[in-house]
Design a protein around this ligand. Structure first.
Ligand code: GLC
Length: 798
């Protein structure tokens, strides 16, 4: 079943049927003023932190889903009929009510068509602003004059601390202080306390937001939810909307809401427009300023164009034209936008993440950079430096770094029980990727503090990460599992060992050697790392191979994970893929391991994390056993890992398989059977339920996931095959044989490369020749061209 389509030209996903199987959401704003909006205008807004800066309410996982939101109700003064400018919450029958939702890059347009009245609302946050705008047009398509009474609705939090707002009712229900100043709603809490704008973590402080209208005359208001909706009613039938009249309520306790009432009369064919602004600050100051600034509605349009151009320019750093439309829709917009939103919001804000995970989880955040490196290198640098200062002097990393509270040099060192074994090793993916994108070799020599004490060059930070893993190694010479390795659900114990992190360590040592060779003056370092790598390889040869594939781990009592000796979890995906790109395994082992993946783990919906699932295993051995078989870490298709599988197959040159794997979890590939996957066909998700569960194919936890970054990284660098390198752009595609040609436009260090690849012999991999501006070049790496230059590249595969 299909609910919408990709409008590639406008970089929008268009939902034509609003009754989607789950709410299909989008992001507005920035990390200062952020917002979630769904295809039915549900959602919430927050300032700086989802947990401590949430000022409007959404009830997570409620019935009906995705309420409350940003609503505009319409009441016909003559017929007394009423509806909403988004299908929900009034939910008129869909044979009479038409709606379209266009999710775009940090904006969402929702239109409605009912009873000859057409509305179109564009929700967005202007760049560098602490307020959002709902720009609306209303048109009378009928033959008679219409008088419409309109009502806005947002439901505010009483306290900006989201948890207190919903749970600490004996407190939060008594701190509201609503007023209306010159037609602008003032939403205030704790007004007897001082404001502490720089201290988000203090919940007992005065806070203010405003809600104002431009282009209409406000004739009434309600600021008490109880007064507006009425007892035993719902968002579908508020008493004020039914009556067509607000009661001008002023909430001084209880639940505040933002309802402005105004009237619009329309002659046949006539269209009128207005805008609603909601933002941070006082009604009499910031509210007034914003309303006055946008008195001319045309200014809103130019702010909107600026916003659109900003995001589109970020995402046009790389664009492709391939024979596969789904691939183009994802790579040119949604895969990138998904990676960008994941980079910005980490695992804090979505319809699933409600702020409980505030701050930046180390491993996820460092990985999240990989898919956005080309788009926002300056912001990546800032974030990367922050994370490097989250590494402690012993080489391990703080599990979570809180950007608004982090104090490098003064953070306590985590106890050995708190460390995750993989955290700091992700720097070996992110740091070189940053340097390769920007060419900033000096970055390796930049001095940054450790989280707890001391400071050193970034190169030395990297070395400490290696030392940490080597120091905390167990009986077989592999890094200890600690609290967790990448998999949060393996209980290895402090002395248990992870083969996955052993491969990460190998990748780290290999990368460290490459960097030291590049920087030239580090002979001793190279000698040290080469010796460590040889030791590790020997241990891996002796203790990691299980006959047909690689083991996953050893518990401290010697129990193996991911072995044919295990009835459950006898094969795990991650050690097979990482054996390939850490380059430890022999060619035969690589092929055998990846063939085992295909045989034992691949399904039509993607590759399972492990199999068979844990049913009889004690959850104290594998915590994943607490999930039903086929869910999450218990043998679901854990999408984070799919990119690694694609990369491993591409390294082996098996283009058909790499591409099949890519398509099996490509959101757009499910657009015409969206009822199976259920979630947004334009974004990645954390996991897809596997064949061990009756709901196979259904996908969960959209948007904020490592799947986004790795899918983009794998597709752009290993399928399309454009890999930034220290000396230029390396070209090494691995594609289906039927792709006879494709085009890429890549901005790289200020130069434009227009790359045409042709594949006359229908191969999967292999570059026969490359011409740069008509001249043949040696090898597969395009040199760095002059900034501002436009370069034509012709690649012939064979
Ligand atoms: C979740 C976590 C991530 C972890 C993964 C596997 O996605 O955010 O950190 O690696 O689960 O357990």
């Amino acid at each position: 079943m299909q609910y919408g389509y990709f409008d590639d030209k406008n970089k929008e996903y268009v939902i034509e049927r609003p009754d989607t199987p789950t709410s299909w959401s989008n992001y507005l704003g920035s990390t200062r003023y952020g917002a979630i909006i769904t295809n039915n205008a549900g959602g919430y807004s927050f300032f700086k932190s989802v947990a401590q800066g949430r000022f409007t309410r959404l009830r997570f996982n409620a019935v009906p889903m995705d309420q409350a939101g940003r609503y505009i109700y319409i009441h016909d003064a003559d017929t007394k009929d009423y509806w909403s400018a988004s299908w929900q919450p009034v939910a008129k029958p869909l044979d009479e009510y038409k709606s379209e939702c266009r999710h775009g890059s940090a904006y969402t347009k929702i239109s409605s068509d009912y009873s000859d009245i057409a509305t179109n609302t564009n929700f967005f946050v202007p760049l560098d602003s602490d307020y959002e705008c709902w720009r609306t047009t209303v048109k009378n398509n009928g033959a008679t004059k219409r008088t419409l009474k309109m009502f806005t609705y947002v439901e505010y939090g009483c306290n900006w601390n989201a948890n207190d707002d919903l749970n600490n009712l004996q407190y939060s229900q008594y701190i509201t202080d609503m007023s209306v100043v010159d037609g602008i709603i003032s939403h205030a809490s704790n007004t007897n306390l001082p404001e502490m704008p720089d201290n988000l973590e203090e919940k007992d402080q005065a806070r203010y937001t405003f809600l104002g209208a431009v282009g209409v005359e406000v004739t009434g208001y309600d600021t008490s939810r109880e007064a507006f909706i009425g007892p035993y009613r719902s968002y579908a039938n508020p008493i004020a909307v039914e009556k067509g009249e607000c009661s001008n309520s002023l909430a001084k306790a209880g639940n505040p809401c933002g309802t402005l009432q105004f009237e619009i009369t329309l002659e046949p064919g006539e269209e009128k427009e207005f805008a609603i602004f909601m933002g941070i600050g006082r009604a009499e100051k910031e509210g007034k300023q914003v309303v006055e600034k946008f008195a001319n509605l045309d200014l809103i349009d130019s702010e909107f164009e600026k916003l659109k151009n900003y995001w589109h320019s970020k995402m046009s750093q790389m664009s492709v034209q391939t024979p596969d439309g789904d691939v183009d829709s994802m790579l040119n917009m949604w895969s990138q936008f998904n990676s960008l939103m994941t980079f910005f919001w980490s695992r804090a804000a979505s319809l699933v993440y409600s702020g409980a995970r505030d701050g930046l989880g180390y491993r996820d955040t460092v990985q999240d950079m990989l898919g956005v490196m080309h788009a926002i290198p300056e912001l990546v640098q800032e974030r990367l430096e922050l994370m490097i200062t989250g590494q402690v002097a012993s080489g391990g990393a703080m599990p979570v770094v809180k950007p608004f509270a982090h104090k490098p040099g003064f953070e306590p060192e985590p106890s050995p029980e708190e460390f995750r074994s993989d955290d700091a090793l992700w720097l070996f993916n992110a740091v070189p990727a940053y340097v390769k994108e920007t060419g900033d070799l000096d970055f390796y020599k930049k001095v940054l503090p450790y989280a707890d004490k001391g400071q050193d060059t970034i190169l030395a930070h990297l070395r400490r990460a290696l030392e940490f893993s080597i120091k905390y190694s167990g009986a077989h010479g592999f890094p200890c599992g600690m609290l967790a390795d990448w998999n949060d659900c393996l209980e290895l114990g402090q002395q248990g060992e992870t083969v996955f992190v052993a491969f990460q360590l190998r990748y780290g040592l290999k990368t460290y050697i490459e960097i030291c060779q590049l920087l030239e003056t580090y002979e001793d370092e190279i000698t040290w790392a080469v010796a460590e790598l040889a030791k590790l390889d020997k241990n891996l040869h002796e203790h990691a191979w299980d006959g047909e594939w690689f083991l996953r781990a050893y518990r401290d009592d010697g129990l193996k994970f991911g072995s044919k000796e295990n009835d459950e979890g006898s094969i795990f995906l991650n050690t097979q893929t990482w054996a390939v790109f850490s380059d430890h395994a022999s060619q035969e082992e690589k092929v055998s391991a990846m063939d085992a993946v295909h045989r034992e783990l691949a399904t039509d919906y993607g590759i399972m994390l492990c199999a068979p699932p844990f049913v009889n295993t004690d959850y104290k051995v594998v915590r994943a056993a607490l999930f039903n078989p086929g869910l999450k870490e218990n043998a679901a298709i854990f999408t984070h890992t799919q990119g690694w599988t694609i990369m491993a197959e591409a390294i082996l040159g098996r283009g058909e398989r790499a591409f099949d794997y890519y398509k099996s979890t490509l959101p757009a590939a499910y657009n015409d059977r969206a009822e199976v996957r259920q979630i947004e066909p334009y974004v990645y998700c954390q996991s897809t339920i596997s064949k061990f569960h009756p709901q196979e194919g259904a996908s969960r936890l959209p948007w904020l996931t490592g799947a986004a970054t790795w899918a983009y990284y794998a597709a752009s660098q290993y399928i399309i095959g454009i890999q930034p390198d220290y000396n230029g752009l390396s070209i090494d595609p691995c594609v289906p044989a039927k792709w006879d040609k494709f085009q890429v436009e890549r901005q790289f260090r200020g130069a434009t490369y227009q790359i045409s690849v042709s594949n006359p012999n229908g191969v999967n991999k292999g570059v026969a020749s490359i011409k740069l501006n008509g001249e043949a070049i040696e090898g597969q790496c395009l040199p760095v061209c002059a900034s501002g230059s436009n370069n034509k590249v012709e690649v012939i595969m064979s």
